[in-house]
Design a protein around this ligand. Structure first.
Ligand code: FAD
Length: 512
């Protein structure tokens, strides 16, 4: 975007003063920046990633992971057991997400009210905010008839087994069904933040500094006085030596789960709660091969969902089922095979189908999720122990995914274990049941990072209050996926949009 208020590069050190500084321009940051700017406040947005647009989205995985993802697509837990996909760009993870949109389930809001004292987050209070973002982002159901063959397996398999299943909603306009949402939409169909709320914010007077990493929040007399941002090179991510200091009446942290807690910790704002209760929707996948082509790299990546196993009864972790796109690099890195066996798997890519099961973490007693810390250089570190209930969910989910794939006509199902389990009939499911589950046994992923700065009124665990204000620092807010006290059990982006839409009212009211 070429605009005098959009700075792609910091040419000299700078000190500025504004009403509000928003850090991060993803689902949370872009929406709240637009809301605050529209209310007439002077807003500056700092974003670590570059402002890339469709001319740079070349449907090339190698380039996209390197330029649009955190840690060049190589982010993981400290023990390397869980691969973490997360965006780094103007527009945040929305630039590379798969467009699935859900409102947070009512039962999750009720759980937060009960367990964390979250006040005022009811379906009724959120409804106008959901409606507003749904309209702005063209969120609508994607017709079942347009489901690609990859998604159709989930639909057909579930229907044959009597499992609940159906189409889902996506934030697209005039989608060309390219299937390359994860590499930045090449036709601007996805209504990601760099095309919607970021330009809205700029048009309403906000200023954007891309390629600036917020390094530290500077405090004075118990208040957040300013943010120190370091300009970074868009290719290497290394500091260029230039810096910006933004003094603001209010600071809004929207750097996403993992990075927002890390920024608080780097700034010395650690009260023992920051970074705890971080959730992932830890995800396992199952590959299946059909005797006809699937071409899982084309078509809307996700258009069918099953929540049949979301509630598995007392003491058992639920999961939901979707499909991932089956692009060559994603498939190759997801598969733990190598050498001849990897060659054999990849040579059948055109006939490969994949399902994912996303575990709904954070609801069982004792499920604290993972923890963000920082190392001596201030870099983010993340650990996520895989506890017994999650292992059990992985096992149950793997068996159910294989069952669905077989029911839809798969000739072979292959687990992503280091020593893969091959399933050709229902009889083989027993071997999948007996296989080992957990860290370093099979591939595990996350594209949904949540928590780390839970909201609510329980001072023992909550970092921000129900209006997303830091519980100790009155002019500091957190507005992104890190405020969820548990995972959502649905894809999180739409709930973050709505949360940020509402939070603009809280912040504006507090400082006007
Ligand atoms: C491959 C993939 C597919 C996905 N598919 C879906 C989907 O289909 N549906 C769905 O609902 N969700 C999906 N998600 C998840 C969804 O996009 C995220 O949950 C959501 O965007 C998170 O919003 P956020 O505001 O918390 O963070 P983000 O959108 O990640 O934005 C945070 C921004 O802050 C920036 N930042 C971080 N640290 C700093 C710093 N120190 N200084 C300045 N800037 C900083 C980051 O670069 C980033 O741009 C997907 C995610 C991925 C990675």
């Amino acid at each position: 975007m070429n605009h005098p208020r959009v700075h792609h590069r910091l040419e000299a050190d700078l000190e500025i003063e504004r009403d509000v500084c928003v850090i991060g321009s993803g689902a949370g940051g872009a929406v709240i920046a637009a809301g605050l700017a529209r209310k007439g406040l002077s807003v500056v947005l700092l974003e670590e990633g570059a402002y890339r647009t469709r001319s740079e989205f070349r449907m090339d995985e190698g380039e996209a992971y390197r330029t649009l993802y955190q840690d060049r697509g190589l982010r993981s837990t400290s023990d390397l057991a869980i691969t973490i996909l997360q965006g780094k760009a103007v527009g945040g993870s929305t630039v590379i997400n798969w467009t699935t949109c859900f409102r947070v389930p009512d039962g999750v809001l009720a759980h937060w009210a009960r367990e964390f004292g979250v006040r005022g987050w009811t379906p009724e209070a959120l409804a106008p905010h959901f409606e507003a973002v749904e309209q702005r982002l063209s969120i609508a159901e994607w017709p079942e008839a347009l489901a690609n063959a990859n998604n159709r397996v989930l639909l057909d398999g579930c229907r044959r087994l009597g499992y609940s299943v159906g189409p889902l909603r996506r934030n697209v306009r005039r989608c060309a069904n390219t299937g390359y949402c994860g590499m930045g939409c090449p036709v601007d169909a996805k209504q990601a933040m760099h095309l919607t709320y970021v330009p809205d914010a700029i048009e309403s007077g906000a200023e954007l500094f891309a390629c600036v990493r917020a390094q530290r929040i500077e405090m004075a007399q118990g208040r957040a006085r300013s943010v120190l941002g370091l300009a970074v090179d868009p290719e290497s991510g290394r500091p260029t030596g230039r810096q910006i200091r933004v003094r603001a009446r209010a600071l809004v942290l929207s750097a996403g789960a993992l990075n927002t807690p890390a920024l608080l910790l780097r700034s010395g704002l650690d009260d023992g709660k920051v970074g705890r209760r971080t959730f992932l929707h830890p995800t396992v996948a199952m590959a299946a091969f059909f005797d006809h082509p699937i071409h899982g790299y084309y078509g809307a990546p996700q258009s069918i969902v099953s929540h049949h196993f979301a509630d598995r009864g007392e003491g058992r972790m639920g999961f939901f089922l979707e499909t991932p796109p089956v692009h060559p690099m994603l498939a190759a890195t997801a598969s733990p095979a190598f050498g001849a066996s990897q060659f054999e798997v990849m040579s059948r890519l055109s006939h490969m189908q994949a399902l994912i099961a996303l575990a709904i973490d954070g609801f069982l007693p004792g499920d604290e999720g993972g923890r963000v810390t920082i190392d001596r250089e201030g870099r983010m570190r993340f650990s996520y122990p895989i506890r017994k209930p999650l292992e059990e969910a992985f096992r149950a989910a793997s068996v159910e995914m294989a069952r669905i794939q077989l029911a839809a006509g798969a000739v072979e199902v292959r687990s992503l274990h280091l020593d893969p389990v091959i399933v050709r009939s229902e009889r083989d499911l027993e071997r999948l049941e007996r296989a080992p589950y957990g860290a370093h046994r099979h591939s595990i992923f996350s594209a949904h990072q949540m928590g780390g700065c839970p909201m609510g009124e329980d001072d023992e665990v909550c970092v921000v209050d129900s209006e997303l204000r830091h519980r100790r620092v009155e002019n500091l807010y957190v507005v992104d996926g890190s405020v969820f006290p548990t995972s959502l059990g649905v894809n999180p982006s739409e709930t973050i949009y709505a949360l940020a839409h509402r939070a603009a009212d809280f912040v504006a009211l507090a400082i006007q």
